[in-house]
Design a binder for this molecule. Structure first.
Ligand code: BEZ
Length: 258
């Protein structure tokens, strides 16, 4: 679900358990960690345009994709007409028949209003023993990008922008999962520097694409110089000879409903 992005409408500990006959390695595809089986019912929470939903379906699972953005769901339905997709909110969804697994990639950090409610809704959507397999931004995600933003905002005498994401530490998210009735089987926390291929204008483009809400209400004439300053401030850490890199940090986990 892509919350708060109206204009465009993410302790290293490893465990092995019979529920997860696969031990993750950093960067291995999240769908492999989910390991969907033919006939299983899987819910993809924050499915975006459905690319990973389709991979799950390709492995024979019966899958439903949910996303908060109707534009994303429209595109998903157009691209994958044989798969079920609906618009829905992670803070407020329920299912009639429980699922064997809930999957989520790069979406939970947008569900920032009440992460505990999101996890409780996932629990209620699962059968006992059902799997919750997800990857999201972890603590420190986009730290250079957001530091550049905060400095630029301050230099321009603007109020600190409210950032729309939730990037928890592994310990914090594990506590939340346990509190809401999950057993955490695997939790990984790692850096994943990511080329900003879709942002030729660098950090400025990234802000426009992923943090558009912070630009709302600003005097139009300061937006360009402000974003130019974000680029100047972010460049020493994030600009390489080959292009811009985002300083992404991932939190990946697999948990089981008690
Ligand atoms: C991510 O970590 O995937 C992410 C976080 C904030 C904005 C865009 C992407």
């Amino acid at each position: 679900m892509r919350y708060d992005t109206p204009s465009l409408e993410r302790w290293n500990s490893r465990a092995y358990d019979s529920s997860f006959g696969y031990v993750s390695t950093q960067g291995a595809p999240l769908v492999d960690l989910l390991d969907p089986r033919p006939g299983e019912r899987v819910l993809d929470l924050g499915c975006g345009t459905g690319v990973l939903t389709a991979q799950i379906a390709f492995r024979g699972a019966e899958v439903l994709g949910i996303d908060g953005s109707s534009a994303m769901i429209e595109k998903a339905l157009a691209q994958y007409p044989g798969i079920n997709f609906i618009v829905g909110d992670g803070h407020d969804f329920s299912v009639v028949d429980p699922y064997d697994a809930v999957f989520s990639n790069a979406a939970l950090h947008w569900m920032s209003r009440d992460p505990g409610t999101v996890i409780a809704n996932v629990r209620e959507a699962l059968t006992p023993g059902g799997r919750f397999v997800a990857e999201m931004g972890g603590a420190g995600n986009c730290a250079e990008l957001t530091a550049a933003m905060l400095t630029a905002w301050r230099e321009y005498g603007l109020r600190e922008p409210e950032l729309p994401w939730y990037f928890p530490s592994p310990a914090e998210y594990a506590r939340r999962l346990e509190k809401e009735g999950f057993v955490v089987r695997l939790l990984e926390y790692f850096d994943r520097p990511t080329p900003l291929d879709e942002c030729p204008g660098g950090a400025a483009d990234w802000v426009r694409m992923f943090a558009s809400s912070v630009l709302e209400g600003l005097p139009p004439e300061i937006v360009e110089p402000l974003l130019h300053r974000v680029n100047e401030l972010a460049a020493p850490a994030l600009r390489r000879e080959t292009g811009w890199m985002a300083d992404y940090v991932r939190l990946r986990f697999a948990a089981v409903r008690r």
